[in-house]
Design a protein around this ligand. Structure first.
Ligand code: ATP
Ligand code: MG
Length: 501
């Protein structure tokens, strides 16, 4: 018990179909530390965490908790030992309310069911502590993705665990909410809890963790004090090589007539009076806070949601995409923000997912093209560096970041003229980010018009020729040239309500 470590792993190995996802890992977590795990997509971070949290069991090695060797065979066993995991993908019950999800399985059953009043009181307490401000009675299924992730975080906090593992918790949070989460984590640490924190945002890792472990190909590269690491040293450790600038040089934006124009587009409750132009060969960034209405505008353009007012013009002619399928025939493509809810059939192989969006077209063209399609899929896997341990594997077996690449590839296969990408690098490692950036820049220089929605300012500044900033459903600024700075984007994104009357 006098060890500073609450958890110690020794020689932990986990294989899937003969392939090691985690190899011979020695790793220890201290009480009262924030310990970050970093590594490329597929490095084994999530697998390692799921072993600690009892969701999977190791093939070899030892797991010691509080000085005792344990082998959790269920998440419930790990929970009982005070270990909880916030998984990479949201795992909530959509039909239940926020507070029901938060306290699921935790309602004390001394006197039977927890009264609604008591539930509400506890929720209010929790919410006061972290301050996300999510209405307790909202049905989880009706909330946007980012709020669902916050509900997951609240649930782990409600469990008052001694070890909280967060697998990419900030992937869908805006900077404000991420800051709230970090404050809460620091408080938990001060109370002696151990936080295991996985993130591809190295700035966050450097800012909030005490120690960091780098994984590569399932093995530990090193564990170090975060103060001794830098952005560059982490990247070099993760990739096994240094990486210079991730952003390709900006090609000149395409000139000429806009290919896509949006005029006064309004969807009540989501966005209002949105207007902008997008030119062939141009990358137009859409910046703003999570919840500013950016994804909703994209969905409307793509025919996934109806609009109340305004028009969408394609090469000057009014269109109204009735459905994504229809939008696709018009030459539009959209990479949506959440792979789980939109876009991928997880049980199917990568190839099938990649070719899914081109299917109609190729069926019409006849069977002759099947082979061509298969080849195109193979090319796409290579181009996006999608890491498959063996061909034909179902998408659900891939690491989170590799799933994101499949989603991206699926839409590229349709050869779009206008490509809408919504948080294209969410959950993607630095190396893969670089390939996605190159791909986007490459498409633009080949005349594709790209609408790039991103919460990462760096990404917007590094890629976009012009930027539209959205704030509470409205366009609060359009920036280009020298006006295009981090500061100008932030101030337009945060500008207070009064401006909008
Ligand atoms: N259930 C499974 N069946 C087969 N292979 C799996 C399974 N789960 C994970 N893998 C493989 O194990 C390896 C490690 O995956 P893991 O999800 O742990 O990576 P990760 O570091 O969390 O990556 P990411 O940053 O993309 O989330 C990958 O090659 C993945 O494809
Ligand atoms: Mg993962």
């Amino acid at each position: 018990m006098d060890t500073p470590h609450i958890i110690r792993l020794t020689g932990v190995t986990k294989r899937f179909g003969g392939q090691a996802a985690v190899s011979d890992v020695d790793l220890a977590f201290r009480r009262g530390e924030i310990h970050a795990l970093v590594g490329e997509n597929g490095a084994g971070k999530s697998t390692l965490c799921s072993i600690i949290a009892g969701a999977q069991s190791a093939d070899e090695g030892e797991l010691v908790v509080d000085g005792r060797t344990v082998s959790f065979d269920t998440p419930a066993a790990a929970l009982a030992a005070g270990i909880s995991l916030i998984a990479q993908e949201v795992a909530l019950v959509p039909a239940l309310t926020v507070r029901e999800n938060v306290f699921l399985g935790r309602e004390p059953n001394v006197a039977g069911v927890l009264t609604t009043k008591e539930l509400e009181r506890r929720y209010a307490q929790l919410d006061a502590r972290i301050g996300f401000g999510i209405p307790s009675r909202a049905r989880v299924g009706s909330l946007p993705f980012s709020s669902q992730q916050k509900v997951e975080i609240l649930r782990a906090l409600a469990r008052e665990s001694r070890v909280i593992i967060l697998d990419e918790p900030t992937a869908a949070l805006g900077p404000g909410d991420a800051a709230l989460l970090f404050d809460a984590l620091e408080e938990l640490r001060a109370d002696g809890a151990t936080i295991v924190f996985i993130s591809h945002h190295l700035d966050e890792v450097l800012a909030i963790s005490d120690r960091v472990t780098i994984l590569r190909d399932g093995r530990v590269v090193r564990t170090a004090d975060t103060a001794d690491e830098t952005h560059a040293s982490l990247i070099a450790g993760m990739l096994g090589r240094p990486l210079t600038s991730v952003f390709p040089p900006k090609a000149p934006a395409g000139a000429g007539e806009p290919i896509l124009s949006v005029r006064g587009l309004t969807r009540r409750g989501a966005f209002e009076d949105v207007s902008f132009d997008l030119h062939p060969g141009e990358i137009l960034g859409v910046a703003g806070l999570v919840g500013a209405g950016r994804s909703e505008v994209a969905r409307a353009i793509f025919g996934a949601d109806p609009v109340d007012r305004g028009e969408i013009l394609l090469r000057g002619r009014r269109i109204r995409a009735r459905s994504p399928r229809h939008a696709k025939t018009l030459g539009l493509a959209m990479v949506p923000e959440s792979r789980r809810n939109q876009g991928l059939v997880l049980a199917l192989p990568v190839d099938d997912n990649l070719t899914m969006a081109t299917m109609d077209r190729d069926q019409v063209a006849g069977i002759v093209r099947t082979r061509k399609v298969a080849k195109a899929a193979t090319d796409m896997v290579r181009r996006l560096d999608i890491r498959l341990k063996k061909p034909g594997v179902a998408v659900e077996r891939l690491s989170g970041g590799n799933q994101q690449k499949v989603l991206f590839g699926k839409w590229l296969m349709t050869d779009p003229k206008v490509l809408i990408v919504d948080e294209p690098t969410r959950g993607v490692d630095v190396g893969a980010k670089k390939s996605i950036y190159e791909l986007i820049a490459d498409l633009a220089s080949n005349g594709v018009a790209v609408l790039l929605i991103s919460s990462e300012l760096e990404e917007i500044l590094g890629l976009a020729h012009r930027v539209v900033v959205m704030n509470r459903g409205r366009v609060s600024a359009q920036l280009e040239g020298d006006d295009l700075t981090e500061r100008s984007i932030m101030s337009a994104a945060f500008a207070s309500e009064q401006q909008h009357g």
